[in-house]
Write a protein that binds this ligand. Structure first.
Ligand code: SAM
Length: 371
């Protein structure tokens, strides 16, 4: 294998030479490495600097990029696993080169997670993590981290694939990134609570082509019941922009109060907070001290997530402005005016034109049209 050295954070490691003529996905090489996922790995390093678990499993390690960085930059015991022999050989070479004591295992991730426990388990598969979450829920002690890159099924663009993988009915709305994140979280929750364990989201975000969950697990049926109470639906009007939320396992039929059409249930999915503010505050505090390549982007992400309302959907104010045939002002002005009228309002972290608010649609439309 033709390899080259790359640096992420404070860690140098070998990856297969990328063919510049190959378009993404970068898994075209003999061992997977995607430089565009550095931000995702940077956030893992920052969060683990805060949480400091007893040990960490990189269940799908490929070159070992993530696990190597955790071992080298956090200094906790790390296991890097992959079922590909070439990936394991490269990860071992990287571990030796860095002089780390990290363990490298050659196993099917589900088999490994069925027989061993780790304080923190990290799933980073190709596409969907759905086939791995059950074993991860049994293996993980306090923390479970999950990446999904199958955004089309999660967001409702590939509806049947989404229903098969996540046992939920996503819907392709303008707030699809939010639906994807909450559908994934709802699925992981259902896989965890059957073992009488609860889930507390620490930091969950959608970015470019992936969704990422960082979750704390709590033992006990009471914690699981508290988690179950957060499962519900976004009820979206089939004819207009109106939407509301319901909690509960079964959606209750509802009519749109604005136009009388039926509301269509989107879900089941997670409703409520997707971030833990003390954790985000601790990450913000540590960020200047941690060596990451995406410091400014992570600072912006953390700051937006800390201000973001917990509602499960947003309005795209450019879409509303277009429907009203007005030119959209700045997003800051719209948010300030909503807040000035006594409503809660914020940006959403995954889109520059998304506004979350508890203001009725009529108020939002009035503010956008400058009235
Ligand atoms: N975590 C890596 C990183 O940050 O560069 C990328 C992982 S790559 C997206 C997915 C990896 O999962 C591949 O190396 C593949 O060989 C491995 N994989 C897929 N299915 C697996 C399974 N059932 N058990 C173990 N490894 C698996």
């Amino acid at each position: 294998m033709d390899i080259v050295e790359v640096t992420e954070g404070r860690t140098r490691f070998f990856v297969p030479r990328q063919d510049p003529h190959l378009q993404f996905p970068p898994g075209g090489g003999p061992v997977f490495y995607n430089p565009r996922m550095e931000l995702n790995r940077d956030v893992t390093i920052l969060l683990l600097s805060v949480l400091r678990p007893e040990d960490y499993l990189d269940a799908m390690g490929a070159s070992g990029a993530r696990g190597l960085r955790v071992a080298h930059e956090i200094g906790i015991p790390v296991t890097i696993n992959d079922w590909s022999q070439r990936a394991v050989d490269l990860a071992r070479q990287n571990v030796e080169r860095l002089g780390l004591s990290a363990e490298v295992t050659h196993s099917d991730a589900n088999a490994l997670m069925s027989v061993r426990k780790f304080d923190a388990v990290d799933l980073d598969p190709f596409g969907t993590p759905a086939p791995f979450v059950d074993a991860a829920a049994r293996s993980a002690g306090r923390y479970l981290f999950v990446t999904a890159t199958d955004t089309a099924p999660l967001c409702g663009a590939h509806l049947k694939a989404g229903m098969r993988r996540y046992f939920s009915r996503p819907r392709n709305t303008e707030y699809h990134a939010e639906v994807g994140l909450r559908t994934l979280l709802g699925f992981v929750v259902r896989e965890v609570i059957k073992y009488d364990r609860g889930v507390e989201p620490l930091f969950c975000y959608a970015h470019e082509h992936f969704h990422r969950l960082h979750l704390r697990l709590r033992d006990g049926a009471a914690a699981a019941d508290r988690t179950l109470a957060r499962i519900g639906y976004i009820m979206q009007c089939r004819d207009c922009l109106y939407r509301t939320e319901q909690t509960g396992l079964l959606p209750e039929p509802e009519e749109c109060p604005l136009c009388g059409a039926d509301l269509v249930p989107v879900g089941p999915l997670w409703t409520g907070r997707i971030n833990d503010d003390p954790t985000l505050a601790a990450m913000e505090e540590l960020l200047p001290l941690v060596n990451v390549g995406n410091r400014a982007r992570i600072a912006r992400l953390l700051s937006t997530c800390r201000q973001e309302l917990e509602t499960s959907s947003h309005y795209d104010y450019h879409v509303i402005a277009k429907s009203l045939r007005v030119s959209p002002g700045s997003i800051e002005t719209v948010i300030e005016r909503l807040v000035g009228l006594g409503y809660r309002a914020s940006r959403a972290h995954y889109s520059g034109t998304a506004i979350k608010t508890d203001a009725p649609l009529s108020v939002l439309e009035k503010v956008i049209s400058g009235g």
